[in-house]
Design a protein around this ligand. Sequence first.
Ligand code: 13P
Length: 261
Amino acid sequence: MAANRRPIISGNWKMNLNHFEALKLVQELSYEVTRDDVDAVDISVHPPFTDLRTVQTTLDSDKIPFFLGAQHCHSEASGAFTGEVAPSMLAKLGVRFVIAGHSERREIFGESDELVNAKVRAILANDMTPILCVGETLEERQAGDAETKVEAQLKAGLARVKAEQVADMVIAYEPIWAIGTGQTASADDAQAMCAYVRSVVADKSGTDAADMVRVQYGGSVKPINAAELMSQPDIDGALVGGASLEAASFARIIQFRLHDL
Ligand code: 13P
């Protein structure tokens, strides 16, 4: 993690926890996380849509300094899109970070690079920050195509986004083979790909944007591997799935700087 970039640890709850359980988790997490943690690290939680209002009122009323996040949104402002949620609706709820292009959305729901790009631009247009996810499958890695895949996803995902907007974004490198498998990328492999992400951003948006953009690693991040991953120069944060569903484990990831390597 470079000294000039503020770390960001995000909890992607995926399709887990109803609004009662969400309330409990956020409150438990607020007891575990200290003032020093919040001074050192940005923390975002990304509950399912049905929990957002509950989590928002809890963060507000209890003055809990976590950022509210969403997992997904539509790219259009309104209209006949049954079941979808517009970016402005999220912004109105105080959502600050929205995940775009998670591999589960790409692989299970068929989201294309073009759609992901439209979402990134819609999120930015509503003054929220996209967390743009990229990452290769195991087959692509084994075939030596990981960088080609990530480069294509980044170039398409960042198309027509201004350099100063890219600078404020978060990009999450999540190798698909590491998600939910317990098989984390080695710190060296994760660092190499996060450095590559930064080089693609430099190519597309210039070195200032590349120096500022925050790059997260995601894929089986746990308390036991968070410190080593976060010690890498191009890894500025973590996008955490399973381990963010329990207050103690998510808090220990947030407290990565207190762990021995
Ligand atoms: P896991 O931490 O459960 O592997 O999930 C990673 C992820 O997909 C976060 O977006």
